[in-house]
Design a protein around this ligand. Structure first.
Ligand SMILES: [Zn+2]
Length: 282
């Protein structure tokens, strides 16, 4: 994660079945993911899981073999039918202008830290502009409401719908026998989480409690963005939400200073966006 906005993904070899969890935003990244899955397992990908409908987790679906199943909750599939083609088309139409604006902003920026963030943004936008014309939308063809258990010859994996915290419907891929879960955007590691999406912050907090209570306990957690972590990610998320909620409740200061410990996290622009969002929708 270098601020590129590409999500973390998972490759799981169950034995006779290879799962890819989430498919990233850019075609090149998705093709690299496909190649990595084939090279690491020596098999072709049989199953693609979409954690939620946000484009940085599903846009790459179309590069995977047509015979692979793409699985998601019914809610996620419905949201993809409504949103993904429109968002893809809008992105294709606007990306060159967004890139030009970002390049102008980078030229105008003087502060080194600001320049660094803007330079990353420009780098990402150049990649996005390049692959925009070739993007396609591929919808999930297998839907579930609550959970699915996938059995291979070596291990089992549980695809579990957790409810609507970050998005309207968030699913995880859990390997209960290995203490590992791919939790997508339900947890972030040193990346400021966007609280202003289409889920509910209260429900999100209760989902994080449920993740913490999973038995057998999770030991390795792959967040949607940021480095692989462990159980410290639960407390980090709760502390972050409590921090922005406290600032949102204090109307005396419109734009408070970010506490020092969060200045090193990625997506620093989310700090004020989250405060403004919570003031409107506590
Ligand atoms: Zn998301």
């Amino acid at each position: 994660m270098d601020g590129a906005g590409l999500c973390n993904c998972g490759i799981v070899d169950l034995g006779g079945r290879v799962i890819v969890f989430d498919t990233m935003l850019t075609t090149q990244a998705s093709l690299d993911l496909l190649l990595a899955a084939q090279t690491l397992t020596g098999q072709s990908v049989t199953t693609v899981i979409n954690s939620h409908w946000h484009r940085d987790h599903v846009q790459g679906n179309f590069v995977f073999p047509t015979e692979a199943d793409v699985m998601a909750t019914l809610s996620t599939r419905t949201d993809m039918i409504t949103n993904t083609p429109v968002e893809t088309e809008t992105h294709q139409k606007n990306v060159n202008q967004t890139l030009a604006d970002a390049e102008a902003a980078l030229t105008a920026a003087a502060d080194p830290a600001e320049r660094e963030e803007k330079a990353i943004f420009v780098k990402v936008l150049r990649i996005l502009a390049e692959d925009a014309p070739g993007l396609r939308v591929r919808l999930p063809n297998v839907v579930f409401e609550d959970h699915l258990v996938l059995h291979g010859t070596q291990r089992r994996a549980v695809v579990q719908a957790m409810g609507g915290g970050h998005s309207a419907s968030d699913s995880i891929l859990w390997l209960p026998d290995d203490g590992i879960a791919f939790v997508a955007d339900l947890l972030f590691n040193r990346v400021q989480p966007p609280l202003n999406c289409d889920g509910s912050v209260d429900e999100w907090l209760s989902i994080v409690d449920q993740l913490e209570a999973l038995e057998p306990p999770l030991q390795t957690i792959i967040p949607g963005h940021g480095d692989v972590g462990s159980r410290e990610l639960f407390g980090m998320f709760r502390d972050y939400v409590a921090m922005v909620r406290a600032f949102a409740a204090d109307r005396a200061v419109d734009e408070p200073d970010m506490p020092a410990e969060y200045t090193t996290w990625h997506w620093t622009n989310m700090f004020q966006i989250n405060i403004d969002f919570l003031r409107k929708d506590p």
